[in-house]
Design a protein around this ligand. Structure first.
Ligand code: UFG
Length: 324
């Protein structure tokens, strides 16, 4: 059934890919984005677009009657969350509570929320299941965890059908929708900057981790597989329940393996140099996503690391061509 949906943060990386997949599946999407980190030209041409704060806009917009909200809009820089925590408590937590209140007021039945692996903090088990203790090591993760708690209680008390999806390392692109942060901190886009000479080399943050090659291991998941989990979450959301699912491939790749995959995907000899560890980085973060597979019927299909890198590279090159 075609649903009438609001996508907050639909001008951002994951939100724009999700919007495209939702529209292609026949849903009607209104994107709300304040363009603080998103890009107006990343909004799908068949989406209705309202530029504004997610909560403030939703408070009136939801009165039109919607089947659900996919809430991507958020501040998501770990380092910034430590130096400017207010931005995360206001921008993430308060905005989300206001959105929940507006949904409650207008009787909006479904919510899909972008949570994160950062809610778990330093892992006590690997791979990480949803039953693992949550003990975030940064304000970004703490803000997302606080929202998860709020959603749980709203779902129980007010009958909301809610799903939180805990993303691990999202990568790749979907045609003209991809990762283009003004402040780039993510490994793969930075590796491409080293490939094109925009930066002299890629720094490998730490080579003394207790992993096979000494570099940190992460679970890279293709953004299209991730987006498709949101469509399944909408379908399986159940009244009065808040379900939480990890989204990852369940396979870890080291920083060196990622750089090698990017060399393969680009055909370029990308210079890399070892640098000190980045503060707060765990050695290994890998998802157990059996729950999403079993309950949502989700199955990631783009798990090949070189394939993920290739899609990201095609997008990065197209952006470069558009800029010059
Ligand atoms: N890395 C480098 N060099 C760089 C950039 C990153 O070696 O120039 C390393 C990092 O140390 C890390 C790995 O590459 O080991 C991946 O780093 P990213 O910054 O791409 O991603 P993170 O794993 O740090 O962060 C991701 C999400 C965050 C989330 C976090 C924990 O992007 O939003 O996972 O779930 F908080």
């Amino acid at each position: 059934k075609a649903l009438k949906l609001i996508v907050t943060g639909g001008a951002g990386y994951i939100g724009s890919v999700c919007t495209a997949r939702l529209i292609e599946a026949g849903h009607e999407v209104t994107v709300v984005d304040d363009l603080s980190t998103g890009h107006g030209d990343a909004v799908h041409p068949r989406a209705r677009f309202i530029e504004g704060d997610a909560a403030e806009t939703a408070e009136t917009l939801l009165g039109e009657g919607f089947d659900g909200v996919l809430h991507f809009a958020a501040k998501s820089l770990v380092g910034e969350s430590m130096s400017d925590p207010a931005k995360y408590w206001h921008g993430n937590v308060l905005t989300s509570i206001r959105l929940l209140d507006a949904m409650r007021k207008h009787g909006t039945p479904r919510l899909v929320f972008s949570s994160t692996a950062a809610t778990y903090g330093e892992p006590k088990e690997s791979p990480i299941a949803e039953t693992a203790p949550t003990d975030p090591t940064n304000t970004y993760g703490a803000s997302k965890l606080a929202i998860d708690h709020a959603i749980t209680s709203y779902a129980r008390a007010h009958g909301l059908a809610a799903v939180s999806l805990r993303y691990f390392n999202v990568a790749g692109a979907y045609g003209s929708y991809g990762e283009r942060h003004t402040t780039e901190t993510h490994l793969i886009p930075l590796v491409f900057q080293a490939a094109t000479g925009e930066r002299p080399h890629i720094s490998i943050f730490g080579e003394d981790y207790p992993t096979d090659d000494g570099t940190a291991v992460r679970d890279y998941i293709h953004v299209v597989d991730l987006a498709d989990a949101h469509l399944l979450a909408l379908k399986h959301a159940a009244e009065g329940e808040h379900r939480i699912y990890n989204l990852g491939n369940g396979t870890g790749f080291s920083v060196r393996q990622v750089i090698d995959a990017c060399r393969e995907a680009t055909g370029l000899d990308i210079p890399a140099e070892v640098a000190p560890r980045r503060a707060g980085d765990p050695a290994v973060l890998v998802a157990a996503s059996d729950k999403a597979r079993e309950e949502l019927g989700w199955k990631p299909e783009r798990t090949d690391l070189i394939g993920i890198a290739r899609d990201a590279w095609e997008f990065a090159q197209a952006r470069r061509a558009a800029k010059s």
